[in-house]
Design a protein around this ligand. Sequence first.
Ligand SMILES: Nc1nc2c(ncn2[C@@H]2O[C@H](COP(=O)(O)OP(=O)(O)OP(=O)(O)O)[C@@H](O)[C@H]2O)c(=O)[nH]1
Ligand SMILES: [Mg+2]
Length: 468
Amino acid sequence: MPPVISSLSKHQEKQLMSLFGHVRLHLLYKATIHGFTAAAFHGHCDRQGPTVIVAYNAAGFVFGAYTSKDYTQSGAAVIDGEAFLYSINDGRKEPLRVGGISGQHAFTDEGSGPNYGALVFLHEDKSAVQSNPGSCFNFKPEEMHGTDLKLTEFEVYRVEGLFFKSPIRYIFMMCRKKQQLMKSIQNYQPEIQTVNQACVLLVGPVGAGKSSFFNSINSAFRGNMTCQAITGTAGTSVTTQYRAYTIKAGRRGGNLPLVLCDTMGLEENPESGLNIDDVVSIFKGHMVDRYQVFKYMRALDSPGYKKHVNLSDRIHCLAYVIDSCKVALLSQKMVDKFSAIRKKANQLGIPQVLLMTKVDEACPLVAKDISNVYHSVYIQKKARQLSESLGIPLSYVMPVKNYSEELELDQNTDILLFMALEQMLNYADSYFENQIVEDRPENSRPELYRSSDHPRQFLTERDDPKIV
Ligand SMILES: Nc1nc2c(ncn2[C@@H]2O[C@H](COP(=O)(O)OP(=O)(O)OP(=O)(O)O)[C@@H](O)[C@H]2O)c(=O)[nH]1
Ligand SMILES: [Mg+2]
């Protein structure tokens, strides 16, 4: 998840927390960023354990619902004695808390927006709430939400702490989250039938952590530390070869449906580091794996130039990789290089994301516990700065921590890496969507049709011995 920021004011947050006691709220979903749709809500909030909904309206009400149960889209009426509705408003000293009507269920766990009977959020996939007091919960509408049923914002937080007095439960939940992400990545299949793997290109300044990102993803899927790509620090780029790495799901597992392409680092000097013409060759799929990027590959007869290319050779998603500690040090020349690359990528319709690496070095709070990454004001500030200087929307900026000196894998680090990867695959899908020429007759599009017309070949858990 990108570093989305809570809209709660300090006062509202304090009032909300007073309903729970000593807890930590972890923002899972923010509708103005992820969309005011039931699908977006379920994509971020299903199976997250105890959660609280925070809805905002223009009349100044912050209101919502707490449940200690999971959302799973089971279709069942869920009984939850701990569930309650609440409302916070400047005109009131204490928050309003409304418990459920005795003998009635708390919410209906369906595929629509969260349905608490008396309050149905994201009603009809809109930024609206439907109010029916008396069904499951009872309240006076003017006390709950005024007369304003239109939502200006809608957020969902996981409620952590109180319920994780038992560390076992917390570990179990994070384990489940990691498994879900791994499965979703393994089961990914490009929208186009002739393409088996999405190609993601990593581009960034020397030492930003491009090769380490590949090593980290490879390690997380293998289940042990790997160092296939050479990493380290030097005056110039440690990586000199263009590499298109495949990744295995477990030691003896099959290849994942993605290729991570690692390159030489960018340098300020126009004559040094990765050249923009080379980047364009890579975008179009002309550069062969293991090409030594010593000099420009403009000559079409260069041995590293693949003349005949098809859609699967091309880059389907571009990830800019930037060291979080060096955001303020990005020179104008480097920013210009990024915008030149961005212009070329835009022309070719390649979706772009931004990986902020080394979040552990940038913020001591995150170094202590990687799951603090979304609470770190410093990381959020850096993400904003990057978004503004490179002109990339904030929701496309993803913080990650690569494995650098660790000897063992860490679950929270893996989750952050997988979340970034899953997002890249989603964006690669947007690239494929754009390749499907809907208005051409069937017989004139031999390779450009949706793979969903054909049975999907999913990896099974048996193929994936390393899922933990
Ligand atoms: N603490 C920390 N160190 C990192 C992280 N990512 C990379 N590093 C370290 O940063 C240094 C450079 O990482 P590389 O992966 O080699 O960087 P690169 O972008 O591939 O660099 P070039 O190939 O030289 O362009 C290495 O010493 C890594 O161990 C991270 O997220 N956290
Ligand atoms: Mg490298």
